[in-house]
Design a binder for this molecule. Structure first.
Ligand SMILES: *Cc1c(COP(=O)(O)O)cnc(C)c1O
Length: 437
């Protein structure tokens, strides 16, 4: 017999953790009955379903929409071949092709690829590369990472240690987290001019910090141009040039975490292109597979790869069970080909313009502190913490799915949204903010 939605939700709440959830005070969840194109079909609790535009792209991932025929076909083809094999001692075409494709489209100095299964693990691998690199160069005292406040790099322990120490989870894990070197957050605003005094003050502060601690620092890690889960916070590309320069001067490796910003989200294929800065190590994930399967990658230069390989370990010391999963590789290849076969930059620019127009009226609402758009990312920042439950419901009543956090209601829509759908997202968020405040 068909189970009622309340029965499913009761079973869920008894057994399942959700992201950042409590088992004693579970927050509401909604049952997905289907998903197609840019829409989720949610159970309405009354025997029917309600459709909502997924304005989150399932957390940055689902850029081509759900049940995309090209991506569906790629997975099915690979299932008929083989779904998984171990990557120790074995290899396969999907992994080789995808690695070559990533090297082709990513910043030129990056030549080698490590595949893993989540963004957090790709950051673990990036930090491990930096540490092994310094050991190989005889700098075994360089064990810390330099980063800026406001960042987010994932939930496992090494990434957590470089997340913002205040709004991250540091206070819960004091003593268990590596103490990293935190510089100030870059001044807000993508368009900030280079001769701006706040930029100069930031550059001087981070430069001083790097100089004082240089003999302890293995690498710098940041999200280029847009800090994501730490606050949906854009900053000037000029800051990345400062960090590149510090890395070169002091022998740090520059790690750019493009897990959220990669694959066109900020208007360039990789956000580092805004700055004309190449990293030594790059992390990608999220949209890599078009949201179909869990996969991430860490890319590095030949200098890094060879130094680590010739170092004391004689190898990069990492090897996940599901490394280079063939299904994930196949769908990632299809997703990248699909993206690059279209004028994705024009699409992102149109989404950007649509979000700017749609969210502009929110700027003058009481309780709104800031409205900002960068690429296909739109953000309404409130004056205080958002009532997540009421805001989610108010946006959903207007036909759109969002997941607000802290003081932010924000969207990063699938690239396949039409102009009308982008307008609907802007109107739903603005209307809900007007209602809930
Ligand atoms: C999401 C995210 C991660 C972590 O990726 P997971 O796949 O959730 O482990 C790391 N860095 C950035 C910038 C992210 O947005």
């Amino acid at each position: 017999m068909e189970q009622s939605v309340s029965e499913w939700l009761r079973r869920d709440s008894e057994r399942l953790w959700h992201p950042y959830s409590s088992l004693t005070e579970p927050s509401p969840v909604r049952l997905v009955r289907g998903a197609s194109g840019v829409r989720l079909r949610l159970d309405d609790g009354a025997g029917g379903t309600v459709e909502a535009i997924d304005a989150m792209s399932s957390w940055w991932c689902m850029i081509h929409g759900y049940r995309n025929p090209v991506l569906d076909a790629a997975v099915k083809r690979q299932v008929d071949d083989f779904s998984h094999v171990m990557f120790g001692g074995l290899t396969h075409e999907p992994a080789i092709r995808l690695a070559e494709r990533l090297v082709e489209i990513s910043p030129a100095p990056l030549r080698h690829v490590f595949f893993c299964d989540s963004g957090s693990v790709s950051v673990e691998v990036a930090i491990k590369l930096a540490l092994q690199y310094q050991v190989a160069r005889g700098n075994s005292g360089r064990t810390r990472m330099l980063t800026v406040r406001g960042g987010y790099h994932g939930d496992t322990f090494a990434p957590m240690s470089v997340c913002d120490p205040v709004n991250g989870m540091h206070s819960l894990f004091t003593g268990a987290l590596k103490e990293q070197v935190f510089g100030p957050q870059p001044p807000a605003g993508f368009e900030r001019p280079d001769d701006d005094p706040e930029f100069a003050a930031w550059a001087a502060a981070i430069t001083g910090l790097a100089e004082r601690q240089a003999d302890q620092i293995a690498g710098i890690i940041v999200e280029p141009v847009l800090q994501g889960a730490g606050g949906m916070y854009p900053y000037s590309p000029a800051c990345l040039r400062v960090l590149r320069d510090l890395a070169d001067r002091h022998g740090f490796l520059l790690i750019l975490d493009e897990i959220a910003t990669g694959f066109g989200r900020t208007g360039t294929l990789f956000a580092s292109e805004h700055a004309g800065v190449d990293p030594d190590i790059l992390c990608i994930g999220k949209a890599l597979t078009g949201g179909y399967l869990s996969m991430a990658a860490t890319l590095c230069t030949t200098e890094v790869a060879h130094t680590v390989s010739d170092g004391p370990g004689g190898a990069l010391m990492h090897g996940p069970t599901f490394m280079a999963n063939p299904l994930a590789c196949a769908v990632a290849l299809a997703s990248i080909d699909l993206l690059l076969s279209q004028d994705w930059a024009a699409r992102v620019a149109r989404i950007s313009a649509g979000l700017s127009a749609g969210l502009a009226p929110a700027a003058s609402l009481p309780g709104v502190k800031d409205v900002r758009v960068l690429g296909a990312v739109g953000v309404v920042q409130l004056g205080g913490p958002v009532d997540m439950k009421r805001m989610t419901e108010a946006v959903l009543r207007r036909g759109v799915w969002v997941r607000p956090f802290r003081d932010l209601v924000y969207t990063m829509p699938p690239y396949v949204c039409t102009d009308e759908e982008i307008a609907a997202i802007g109107a739903a968020i603005t209307g809900a903010v007007r209602e809930v405040g």
